[in-house]
Design a protein around this ligand. Structure first.
Ligand code: IPM
Ligand code: MG
Length: 363
């Protein structure tokens, strides 16, 4: 992953081409708020839109239509809402809404998923953990995104005794581990200099190779303190003493699970943003939560993770640290002022929270 050019997009001549993929469920509602925040910043960007997920399947018969993929390839950055719709649960797996995000991640070579989790001041009592334990959380999960059981051979077969058997093959090649390890070590260099690699090397061959390769890569980063943890222990430590973690690097499946767990430690899954990056500055940015069909269309979804994903987009693909920091400061201010949606025990709706962030940006 190359470091993005650190010029402010305001000053440069570069116009950032952003593709908005709102998707399903609460996706369109929260995307609308991110767009309002973007409009308030008045940056040199162009916006395009396309269908994705269940919405695309309904309209075109495919969750990731060729036109959407082509637009994604042409864009500098993709802001992604959410996919998933229970109406399509019975559809063949390769046509389900979730395949759209998996397809984008693999087709665009977005192998490095950054999921920061930090407690916003004022949310100490919203965490599922004791306030003093939660207050110490400031970690970054670096999740590998193009391999593991997600992309291994999978299927349904019949065993010799006539039973149905499902299988999903877990594997990692050393080059896949090496490239994500480099991303994680570099991230640790820019933070507190501590990296914890999470695996299940006591049971899985895949994990043993993972650990061996991470140890090899560590030789290039003498300033970073490397530790290893089994995933079951990591899940336990994440609620016992999350303050011990700086950067965590792990595979696709373990990272999926641990990042949802980390979100409740900081108060709500509605607050966690993510960046999916490849070798260049192109990236896909999305909240880590899903489409939440149970609350879709009611105007009660928390738009903050979506808005924070926009901040990550401007930082990593736009090279615009100043605007990213402005958005993050506005979100922090809104939370410190006591603004809360239903997910945090409050009554503010999606648009009201968006209004509050836009107002905080202007102040
Ligand atoms: C995530 C989601 C996705 C994943 C789903 C929607 C396929 O849970 O981004 O964490 O499992 O990666
Ligand atoms: Mg997940």
């Amino acid at each position: 992953m190359r470091t993005p050019v650190r010029n402010d997009v305001r000053e440069g001549t570069r116009i950032l081409k952003i593709l908005l993929l709102a998707g399903d469920g609460i996706g369109p509602e929260i995307m609308a708020e991110a767009e309002r925040v973007l409009a308030a910043l008045d940056l040199p960007v162009t916006l395009d839109r396309a269908l994705v997920g269940g919405a695309a399947y309904e309209a075109t018969g495919h969750p990731l239509p060729p036109e959407t993929l082509a637009k994604a390839k042409a864009a500098d950055a993709i802001l992604f809402g959410a996919v998933g719709d229970p109406r399509f649960d019975a559809v063949e797996r390769h046509l389900r809404p979730e395949q759209a995000i998996l397809g984008l991640r693999s087709e665009l070579g977005l192998f490095a998923n950054l999921r920061p989790a930090k407690l916003f001041p004022g949310l100490e009592d919203s965490s599922a953990l004791r306030p003093e334990v939660a207050a110490a959380i400031d970690l970054l999960i670096v999740r590998e995104l193009n391999g593991d059981v997600y992309f291994g051979e999978k299927g349904l077969r019949t065993t010799a005794n006539g039973e149905r058997e499902g299988y999903d093959v877990m594997s990692y090649s050393e080059s896949e581990v090496r490239r994500i390890a480099h991303v994680a070590f570099r991230a640790a260099q820019g933070r507190q200099g501590r990296l914890c690699s999470v695996d299940k090397a006591n049971v899985l061959e895949t994990s043993q190779l993972w650990r061996d390769v991470v140890i090899e890569v560590a030789k290039d980063y003498p300033g970073v303190e490397l530790s290893h943890m089994y995933v079951d222990n990591a899940a336990m430590q994440l609620v016992r003493n999350p303050g011990q973690f700086d950067v965590v690097v792990t595979g696709n499946l373990f990272g999926d699970i641990l990042s949802d767990q980390a979100s409740m430690c900081v108060g709500s899954i509605g607050l966690l943003a993510s960046a999916s990056l490849g070798e260049g500055t192109k990236g896909l940015y999305e909240p880590i939560h899903g489409s939440a069909p149970d609350i879709a269309g009611q105007g009660v979804a928390n738009p903050l993770a979506m808005i924070l994903s926009l901040a990550m987009l401007l930082r990593h693909s736009g090279g615009d640290e100043a605007s990213a920091a402005r958005i993050e400061a506005a979100v922090a201010r809104v939370l410190a002022d006591g603004c809360r949606g239903a997910d945090l025990g409050g009554t503010m709706g999606t648009a009201a929270l968006g209004d509050a962030v836009v107002a905080a940006l202007r102040n």
